[in-house]
Design a protein around this ligand. Structure first.
Ligand SMILES: [Zn+2]
Length: 278
């Protein structure tokens, strides 16, 4: 995706099952034609493609969406959108000059905002996003305040994008393990020490995932996405029934907000709120 800035869009084509949310499909295509990519940004799980002149293309990849560049559309299944770019100044236009959205399960969402001032009107959920997990906005005071009136489990609150933006299911489980907090603990019952541990754990887990995934993960990909490298070494995620890497107790699995939740019943007890020094 780092090839995109400076490239101009020739036309956008939509295929059956496309996931354009705003504006209507025809208007979307007309609005994108002729735009030039300026920069790419990430906010929570949203990718923001800023265009020269102020428009922005917003993409949420959902559970199964992927953006592909340098691939031929004829070899891909489940393509929902094809953004064809004009030829580079010198090269010939080839099939690889396209950005594709591939999405077998159609949970992805795509929007086009006409101007920066219209961004939140076009994508209301973007305006409700919580703090970025690696920014200094994620601090003890903020979280204690957010948790103070939430009886829900801490796992459910971590998945709530209006509290912290962009912690996905895997990293929520991993962070709770490192902070030694049981996922079903009510958020409002966490002590300030536990909250401090949780913040440290989130930062450690995400930083390590980003290190392993490379810079593409930091900038463009959904940090909740399954990273093969990471999952291999996960403490608890996807390890239901396997021995805890610390104490050998079998990892348990429960379902919270329809998402698999993994934890060690021995390491993650209310009485043991101390950060693991991994
Ligand atoms: Zn354990």
């Amino acid at each position: 995706l780092s090839y995109l800035p400076g490239r101009k869009i020739e036309q956008a084509q939509l295929y059956s099952g496309h996931t354009i949310k705003h504006p209507a499909a025809q208007k979307f295509c007309l609005g994108l034609a002729g735009c030039t990519f300026e920069s790419i940004d990430r906010r929570g799980k949203y990718l923001l493609f800023q265009m020269v002149g102020g428009k922005s293309l917003i993409v949420h990849l959902g559970m199964s969406g992927r953006l592909l560049f340098n691939e031929s559309v004829s070899e891909l299944s489940h393509v929902r959108m094809n953004i064809a770019l004009t030829a580079e100044a010198k090269g010939k236009r080839t099939a690889s000059n396209s950005l594709y959205l591939q999405d077998p399960r159609r949970f992805s969402r795509v929007w086009l905002a006409d101007a920066p001032a219209k961004l939140f009107a076009a994508v209301p959920s973007l305006s409700r996003l919580g703090v970025e997990p690696l920014s200094k906005d994620l601090n003890q005071e903020y979280l204690l305040n957010q948790f103070s009136n939430r009886k829900q489990s801490i796992k459910a609150v971590l998945l709530d994008q209006t509290v912290i933006a962009g912690i996905g299911n895997i990293y929520a489980d991993e962070s709770l393990f490192v902070a030694r907090i049981h996922p079903l603990t009510s958020a409002q019952r966490l002590t300030s020490v536990q909250v401090k541990c949780l913040i440290d754990a989130v930062r450690k887990v995400l930083s390590r995932a980003i290190e392993r995934g490379g810079s593409s993960l930091r900038n463009y990909s959904d940090i909740s996405g399954v990273n093969g490298n990471y999952q291999h070494r996960a403490w608890v995620y996807g390890r239901s029934g396997k021995p805890c890497r610390v104490c050998k107790t079998p990892i348990q699995r429960v379902v919270v907000m329809a998402r698999s939740t993994h934890f060690c019943p021995h390491c993650q007890q209310a009485s043991k709120s101390k950060l693991y020094g991994f």
